[in-house]
Design a protein around this ligand. Structure first.
Ligand code: ACO
Length: 401
C-alpha cells in the first residue's frame, strides 16, 4: 500500500501512510539522524564522540535534560538513582509466578508495568519535579528488574547490587555475582557494555519510541508507557533482531556453515527468510552505530581471547552481502543488531536476554522522549484511517444467518 491522500466525509484531506514512512509524528530536540549520510547525534553531540568520551549515565542525563551534566549534577543524578534502587519485595512474588521458560522480554515488560502498582504516585505527574521523581525511580529500579529476570532464569538467588559502583559496573555485578557473593570485575566488559548502552540509548521516532510517546500521550504514567515500549521492542523486526541474528548464525553453523545458501534464501521472494541484522528503515548507506560496534566486537573478543565460529560466519555473511547486487541495490547494510549480539554472547549473556539489554540501553531515550512529549503538552496520539469495509447493512437475526 503506497502513500496516498483521501477525503473524509466532512471534506477534509487525510494522508494514508502505512508504516509512517513519510509521516513525522512530532517536533523533537533530542536526536538528529541523517540516514543518507549515516549521521547520528544526541542533543547535537555525535554518537562517535559520545561513545568514545562519555559514560552511559552522562549520556542518559544529556538525553533527558538536554545538556551534559556538570560534575555536581552528575553526582546528584547518580545518588538520586541509587536511592531509588530498592524494589518492593512483593515484585519478587510476581517474578516467581512466571514459568522458567518465559521470555525475558515478556517478564521485564510485565514487571515494569507492575512498578506502577507499587508506586501509584508515579501516574499523575504534571510538574517537572514529579517527572524527575519518576525518572530516577525507573532508572534506579529497571537494572534490578533486569538482573532479577536474568538470575531467576539462571536459577540464581535474587539480591541487590553494590551502590558504591558505577551504574554499568553495578548492572554487571547484579547479573553475574556468584551465589557466594564472588564477582570478578572485568574492565573490558564494563567498557564494552557502557559503549553498547550508549549506542542504543536513543534513535528518534522508531517503533518502540513512538509507542512510548503515543501511550504516554494519553497521560498513562511513565512506567506503563515504557512497558508498552518494551513490548514494541520485542519484535524481531525491531529490537528482537539481535536475538534473531544469533539464532540465524547458530542455524547456519548447525547447517554446515554454508552462508551462500542463506544469502540465496534471503533473496528468494518466495521465501519469507530475511537476513537478520541487515537493512534499516532510515540508514540507507551505513548504520554509524554498526561501525563503532563492529570495532568494539573485535576488541572485546580479541581481549577476552574468544575464538567463536559464529563470528567467522557473521564476517562471511557481511562480506558476501556487501558485494551482492541484491543487497547493494536495496541499500541493505549490517545494522547495530548484527554485531551487538556477538558482543553479548562474548560477555556470557544468553541469547534471549539480548533484547532486554537493548531495552536497558534504550531506557534513557524512551524517558527523554516521554518527558519531552509531556513538557510540550502534546495532544493525545490518535491517527485516522481509510475505511474499506462493508457499507451500511441491516442486522440479520442469528437463526436467519
Ligand atoms: N534480508 C533480505 N531482504 C531484505 C532485508 C533483509 N534483511 N531487509 C529488506 N529486504 C528487502 C525487502 O524484501 C524489500 O525488497 P523488494 O524491494 O524487492 O520488495 C526491500 O529490501 C525493502 O525492504 P522493506 O521491508 O520495505 O524495508 P523497511 O524499511 O520497511 O524495513 C527492516 C526495514 C524492517 C529493518 C528490514 O530491513 C528488515 O526486516 N531487516 C531485518 C530485521 C532487522 O535486522 N531489524 C533490526 C532493525 S534495526 C533496529 O531495530 C535497532
Amino acid at each position: 500500500i503506497d502513500f496516498k491522500t483521501f477525503r473524509t466525509d466532512t471534506g477534509g484531506v487525510i494522508t494514508l501512510d502505512p508504516g509512517f514512512k513519510n509521516t513525522g509524528s512530532c517536533e523533537s530536540a533530542i536526536t538528529f539522524l541523517d540516514g543518507e549520510k549515516g549521521i547520528l547525534r544526541y542533543r547535537g553531540y555525535s554518537i562517535e564522540e559520545l561513545a568514545e568520551k562519555a559514560d552511559f549515565l552522562e549520556v542518559a542525563y544529556l538525553l533527558i535534560f538536554g545538556e551534559l551534566p556538570t560534575k555536581e549534577q552528575n553526582d546528584k543524578f547518580h545518588d538520586d538513582i541509587k536511592a531509588e534502587s530498592i524494589v518492593d519485595e512483593d515484585v519478587k512474588k510476581i517474578l516467581d509466578a512466571f514459568p522458567k521458560s518465559a521470555h525475558p522480554m515478556g517478564v521485564i515488560s510485565s514487571l515494569t508495568s507492575a512498578l506502577t502498582a507499587f508506586n501509584p504516585s508515579s501516574v499523575n505527574v504534571e510538574s517537572e519535579e514529579d517527572m524527575y521523581k519518576s525518572v530516577v525511580r525507573l532508572l534506579g529500579k529497571f537494572p534490578v528488574l533486569v538482573a532479577w529476570t536474568f538470575r531467576k532464569k539462571e536459577g540464581l538467588p535474587l539480591d541487590y547490587g553494590d551502590n558504591s559502583l558505577g551504574y554499568v559496573e553495578n548492572i554487571l555485578k547484579m547479573m553475574f555475582r556468584k551465589p557466594n557473593g564472588d564477582y570478578n570485575q572485568n574492565k573490558i566488559l564494563v567498557d564494552a557494555l557502557d559503549k553498547l548502552l550508549i549506542l542504543h540509548a536513543d534513535h528518534e521516532q522508531n517503533c518502540s519510541t513512538s509507542t512510548v510517546r503515543i501511550v504516554g500521550s494519553s497521560h498513562a504514567g511513565l512506567f506503563a508507557s515504557i512497558s508498552a515500549g518494551i513490548s514494541a521492542l520485542w519484535g524481531p523486526l525491531h529490537g528482537g533482531a539481535n536475538q534473531a541474528v544469533l539464532e540465524m548464525l547458530e542455524a547456519i553453523k548447525v547447517d554446515g556453515g554454508d552462508t551462500k545458501k542463506y544469502m540465496a534464501k534471503a533473496k528468494d521472494k518466495q521465501d519469507p527468510f530475511r537476513l537478520m541484522g541487515f537493512g534499516h528503515r532510515v540508514y540507507k548507506n551505513f548504520d554509524p552505530r554498526a561501525k563503532i560496534i563492529k570495532v568494539a566486537a573485535d576488541e572485546v573478543l580479541g581481549d577476552l581471547g574468544i575464538k567463536d565460529p559464529i563470528l567467522d560466519i557473521a564476517k562471511g555473511l557481511e562480506k558476501e552481502a556487501l558485494e551482492d547486487q541484491y543487497f547493494v541495490d536495496r541499500k541493505l547494510y549490517p545494522n547495530v543488531d548484527f554485531y551487538s549480539g556477538i558482543i553479548y554472547r562474548g560477555m556470557g549473556i544468553p541469547t534471549d536476554m539480548f533484547t532486554v539489554m537493548f531495552a536497558l540501553g534504550r531506557l534513557p531515550g524512551w524517558i527523554a522522549q516521554w518527558r519531552e512529549m509531556r513538557l510540550r503538552k502534546e495532544p493525545i496520539g490518535r491517527p485516522r484511517q481509510l475505511y474499506i469495509g462493508a457499507t451500511e447493512r441491516s442486522f440479520v437475526p442469528i437463526e436467519k444467518r
